[in-house]
Design a protein around this ligand. Structure first.
Ligand code: HEC
Length: 250
């Protein structure tokens, strides 16, 4: 690794005129420890040589101050990104599992075809209720002016769930490098995306391939969604994302 720290230079207050030799006993002692310490500094100076990839630099307190500020700024941004990710995870955990449970019960009772319309209706109703619940929470907990969530996919069934260019890019990178919660900003809006995978064979009756699709359900899906692209999946496949959009109070 190319980063080395030479502890030779001490941080010492130096009280003397510019360009004069060491005067005080304090500074003589500092110079004895660190002969390379530059002469003629006023006030508190700290010359710490560092070596980065073979190049040797002398740093001052200013340099370290600026490095600390930049680090602090980077950490703060990360903290707020984490806040949005955590909040969106909680919303997703509250929204999706009950939806799957209700759908499973309906499929068990009435079959896939009868559940297609129910799925759309329930997703809409449940989505509305939960959206207003979570936008109130977002206002209280993360200072949101507006908050909403929805599901998106690059192979969507409902045209309202189409992923835009940026979201399609993120979904494509998840396919290549593995899916992970992601935050991005556009103007005053903060977006989070959490992966939705196909967790169980039940989904395949309406999202699977030729073999696993339910024949009657397919007819119903084609009738309601003539431009459907949401078939051909296997268990474990990335199906899309849980998207949140937040704007913060000024
Ligand atoms: C009974 C049929 C059916 C089953 C079973 C089903 N879905 Fe769907 N799925 C639909 C329909 C219909 C829509 C469109 C809903 C709408 O109009 O908002 C949809 C939409 C979606 C969307 C939103 C993106 C898009 O393509 O519009 C996701 C994500 C999704 N389903 C995931 C799943 C998962 C995961 C499972 C299994 C837990 C599952 N679905 C099971 C019928 C089904």
């Amino acid at each position: 690794m190319g980063f080395k720290y030479f502890p030779c230079a001490q941080m010492q207050p130096v009280y003397k005129k510019p360009n004069s030799g060491p005067r005080s006993g304090l500074e003589k002692r500092a110079r004895a420890k660190c002969p390379k310490r530059p002469l003629g500094e006023k006030g508190l100076t700290c010359h710490i040589p560092i070596q980065v990839y073979g190049m040797r630099y002398t740093t001052t307190l200013w340099t370290w101050g600026i490095i600390s500020l930049l680090t602090l700024a980077a950490c703060q941004k990360k903290t707020s990104d984490d806040t949005f990710i955590t909040f969106a995870s909680r919303a997703m955990q509250d929204v999706l599992p009950p939806m799957i449970k209700t759908l499973q019960a309906k499929v068990d009772k009435d079959g896939y075809a009868a559940s297609v319309n129910f799925c759309a209706g329930f997703a809409g109703e449940h989505g509305k209720t939960k959206n207003s619940e979570w936008s109130e929470k977002a206002a209280q907990e993360i200072g949101a002016k507006t908050f909403r969530f929805r599901r998106i996919s690059e192979r969507n069934r409902n045209p309202q769930n189409t992923a835009d260019a940026r979201q399609t890019e993120i979904l494509a990178s998840w396919q290549k490098h593995g899916a992970k919660p992601t935050v991005y900003r556009e103007g005053s809006q903060i977006f989070t995306m959490h992966p939705i995978k196909i967790p169980m064979p039940m989904c395949l009756g309406c999202h699977g391939d030729e073999k696993s699709l339910d024949k009657k359900a397919v007819m119903e899906i084609k009738r309601l969604y003539p431009n459907d692209r949401a078939t051909g999946y296997k268990v474990g496949d990335l199906r899309g994302a849980f998207l949140t959009e937040t704007t913060l109070r000024d």
